[in-house]
Design a protein around this ligand. Structure first.
Ligand SMILES: NC(=O)c1ccc[n+]([C@@H]2O[C@H](COP(=O)([O-])OP(=O)(O)OC[C@H]3O[C@@H](n4cnc5c(N)ncnc54)[C@H](OP(=O)(O)O)[C@@H]3O)[C@@H](O)[C@H]2O)c1
Length: 274
């Protein structure tokens, strides 16, 4: 596993497990997390929205891996922010997970006109020590500029939709310039687009005896972006994390970048409404 240093010095594993809709029942969620940890995942991404924090926390407590070897992210949902309940939401996430502290707490989506004030509340959460790092998600450059205007602590991370159909080089460069680590959600394009059928990804995969999914995930590592693919299937979980024994050439990275269409599978951050 490769790690990336956040701007407060903490280290984040560059490949994590996404957990949105990872199971129909708490038992499914629990089993998926246990299998992911078994095959080597040490970074789990969840959110209040996913309603799976309790099962994830149980799996983490039972797995036998020391807490400080695991990295857990959760996120504040917009309605909790809008109603002034972000601190309550954080406490509830911590209680549901029951894992002593959260490694990274994120603002799930920007709320127009409230980016700065929300961030000041996040800084208060950071000050309690119960969130080891704080960051944002789905923030475009103009949202980040509002945060940075008021921040005394810079966001450690920005979790954004990104895959070869949505490369977002400019936003990623802006974040790098401000020492904010980018994380790619839907790194495989979710199941909504046939990204993994792309000829370029298959040809590069054949060269390294890797799958198109492994090529895409490795591409994120090469460009310094953390990836959090979701899989409920133990074999795909194992395969998605098996990307640290090959490297893409700069020519291959360029070829993958050329798949960009600036097309999203999810909602545009300026269009989210709460
Ligand atoms: N911050 C945000 O607003 C936001 C938004 C969306 C998502 N996220 C986070 O990002 C995570 C990942 O995004 P995502 O779940 O939308 O999409 P994704 O990880 O790109 O794709 C998941 C889909 O790909 C399948 N899959 C996984 N590994 C595969 C492989 N090796 N080959 C072929 N198919 C494979 C999964 O099915 P199986 O499970 O059957 O393997 C699932 O259908 C989420 O789970 C969540 O934690 C964050």
């Amino acid at each position: 596993m490769k790690h990336i240093k956040l701007n407060n010095g903490t280290k984040m594993p560059m490949l994590g497990l996404g957990t949105y809709k990872i199971g129909g029942t708490d038992v499914d969620v629990y089993n998926s997390i246990r299998s992911a940890i078994d095959v080597g995942y040490r970074h789990i991404d969840t959110a209040t929205l996913y309603k799976n924090e309790a099962a994830i926390g149980q799996a983490i407590r039972d797995c036998g891996i020391p807490r400080d070897e695991l990295f857990v992210t959760t996120k504040a949902w917009g309605t909790d922010i809008l109603t002034g309940n972000i601190h309550k939401a954080f406490s509830l996430s911590l209680k549901m997970l029951d894992i002593d502290y959260i490694d990274l707490y994120l603002v799930h989506w920007p709320i127009k006109g409230k980016e700065g004030n929300t961030w000041l509340e996040m800084e208060k959460i950071y000050a309690t020590g119960d969130a080891k790092s704080i960051g944002v998600s789905n923030h475009l450059q103009h949202h980040l500029e509002k945060v940075l205007e008021v921040a005394t602590i810079k966001p450690a991370a920005n979790q954004i939709e990104s895959h070869p159909y949505l490369v977002l080089d400019d936003l990623i460069s802006f974040c790098k310039h401000h020492n904010i680590v980018c994380e790619a959600w839907s790194p495989l394009g979710s199941s909504k687009v046939p990204l993994l059928e792309e000829r370029i990804l298959n040809e590069i995969g054949n060269k390294y005896q890797k799958s198109p999914a492994q090529v895409v995930l490795r591409w994120n590592i090469e460009r310094g972006v953390v990836a959090i693919p979701k899989s409920a299937n133990k074999e795909r979980q194992a395969s998605n994390i098996d990307i640290f024994d090959f490297e893409l050439t700069s020519e291959e990275v360029k070829l993958i970048n050329s798949l960009n269409k600036d097309s999203r599978t999810g909602i545009h951050p300026d269009e989210i409404g709460f």
